[in-house]
Design a protein around this ligand. Structure first.
Ligand code: ADP
Ligand code: GLC
Length: 486
């Protein structure tokens, strides 16, 4: 029995694990709908049917219908197919169109992505109409779905869908979908009046799809309270801080959780040895030795192993790590990197692996299995981000008994309580200013505790495993927001 009324919600976003994932958005699009089902919500997730979705899912999709949709300003129309897949109470509707979604990855370049996500936003609403599924709430994610609220209140204003309330969640304000006004006008087919300075227009010349969505949505959320505050400042606002301050009344932060079925060290089939809070101290050592063996590192469970699992981009604070990595290597410490991204970071980590053979291992790849094994085998996990809307790797690390070392920004600040040596409390090591020396200092504080006061370290490991990082509490907050709006 549920204590709250049922609500129907359409999730619209550009990626979703296990179909396609490039970062945390994919994790959230998978885990939050599942958690909402447990909160008495009826959830449909609308995604592009990218060609790169593995065949094992493609072959299970069921055809639900197709139609032609006019899109562009000159009336040019496009095919919209709807393919459905149901899993654990969540319905996934994939928008099918080979012209837009046949690339190897979800995002390519803005020239292609602008038309692609104009099409996707409109097709998602058209598909809901076609299926005659009128949700209470339409919950959109990031710039790729930001035109949904704009379409809804303009071109779809006369449809039954217009009764739905809209939420736009900011997962990353860095990417906004900005292009010149004539191009966005042409591809979106949106009326001229949305291209004004309070909605889509920025700098007089450009259209900003994210900004338009923020204007037209009923509520804005982002993925942590601290990031909700930060993005209203020029430092983190990515030029939209004034716009967000103007809309602050409908903005709130709700931290992400992790999917504790996918991420459970007790049942995780990718781990050499499973463990829980009662045996983590011994079994983590076994995972550490297996990891060292697999990665060609010196096998010694007495070494302090630091992991980093990340997109290798400027956001993630890798210039700080690059600056101090030689000082981290001291004969008792090993560093394991897993990530892909900007060439400059890929190359520098390759260089360090070469310079410190057997001590540094750089896995320049995207590999889910390796990620699981690093979470389990490392002692600490670094997240020195320049900005971090929420961050999931520190949550997963804690759940696997791996102590996070993070910069105090965004969701990192909201989820990692700094270690207090006097009270013996906290979950990890933190530093505030974006400064390589402070990162080094945090790593050294972690090492000092690990090597000189293992008893307190071990207690922190257990505290971290005990911490609730599941989606339950946050899903409740989203459900409350849905109830508030409807
Ligand atoms: P972001 O969304 O900014 O990339 P998050 O911390 O929210 O950062 O989410 C990153 C997600 O991607 C985590 O689930 C992390 O485990 C995963 N991930 C990142 N890089 C890799 C990689 N190279 N291989 C496997 N998983 C990765
Ligand atoms: C973004 C952010 C990350 C967040 C994720 C999921 O990609 O960079 O901090 O955890 O979205 O919300």
């Amino acid at each position: 029995m549920y204590s709250t009324p049922r609500r129907s919600v359409a999730f619209i976003g550009s990626e979703c694990y296990p179909f396609v994932k490039t970062g945390g958005l994919g994790d959230v699009m998978y885990a939050l709908p599942r958690a909402l089902v447990r909160q008495n919500c009826d959830v449909k997730v609308i995604l592009p049917r990218y060609k790169c979705i593995p065949w094992e899912y493609q072959e299970k999709m069921v055809y639900r219908g197709a139609f032609q949709m006019d899109l562009c300003a000159d009336g040019r129309s496009f095919y919209v197919g709807i393919m459905e897949y149901v899993r654990d109470g969540v319905v996934y509707d994939f928008i099918d169109n080979e012209e837009f979604f046949s690339w190897g990855s979800p995002y390519t370049n803005l020239v292609d992505d602008i038309p692609k996500f104009c099409y996707f936003a409109k097709a998602a609403l058209a598909a809901l109409n076609y299926l005659d599924w009128i949700p209470n709430v339409i919950h959109c994610h990031d710039w790729q779905a930001a035109l949904v609220p704009v379409y809804l209140r303009t071109l779809f204003a006369d449809t039954r869908l217009n009764s739905a309330k809209t939420i736009l969640t900011i997962h990353n304000l860095k990417f906004q979908g900005v292009y010149n006004i004539p191009t966005v006008k042409y591809w979106s087919g949106l009326p001229d009046y949305v291209f004004n300075k309070d909605a889509l227009t920025v700098n007089w010349l450009d259209a900003n799809m994210f900004k338009g969505g923020l204007t037209y949505s009923n509520a804005i959320t982002t993925v942590s309270p601290t990031y909700a505050w930060e993005i209203q400042t020029p430092e983190y606002g990515e030029t939209l801080d004034a716009h967000l301050r103007y809309h602050a009344g409908k903005l709130r932060g709700i931290v992400n959780g992790i999917d504790c079925e996918t991420w459970d060290p007790w049942t995780d089939s990718r781990l050499p040895v499973n463990y829980d809070i009662t045996n983590v101290l011994d079994r983590k050592k076994e995972n550490k030795r297996a990891l060292q063996e697999e990665l060609g590192l010196f096998q010694d469970d007495g070494k302090f192993v630091i992991g980093l699992i990340s997109r290798l981009t400027d956001q993630k604070g890798l210039d700080l790590l690059n600056a101090i990595l030689p000082q981290v290597i001291d004969g008792n410490t090993q560093v394991v990197v897993l990530g892909t991204g900007d060439k400059v970071y890929e190359d520098s980590f390759r260089y360090y692996e070469n310079a410190y053979k057997g001590t540094v291992c750089s896995n320049i790849m995207y590999d889910e299995t390796r990620a699981h094994r690093i979470y389990a085998g490392a002692d600490a996990l670094l997240v020195p981000s320049r900005f971090e809307p929420c961050g999931l790797t520190q949550l997963t690390a804690m759940h696997y008994g791996t102590v996070p070392i993070v910069r105090e920004t965004g969701g990192l600040k909201d989820t990692v309580e700094p270690y207090n040596q006097f009270a013996n409390t906290g979950n990890g090591f933190t530093f505030d200013r974006y400064d390589a020396g402070l990162l080094l200092d945090a790593i050294n504080r972690a090492k000092t505790l690990y090597f000189t006061n293992r008893w307190c370290w071990d207690e922190m490991v257990q505290r971290d495993m005990d911490k609730d990082v599941s989606w339950d509490r946050s899903a409740q907050q989203y459900r409350d927001l849905y109830l508030e709006l409807t």
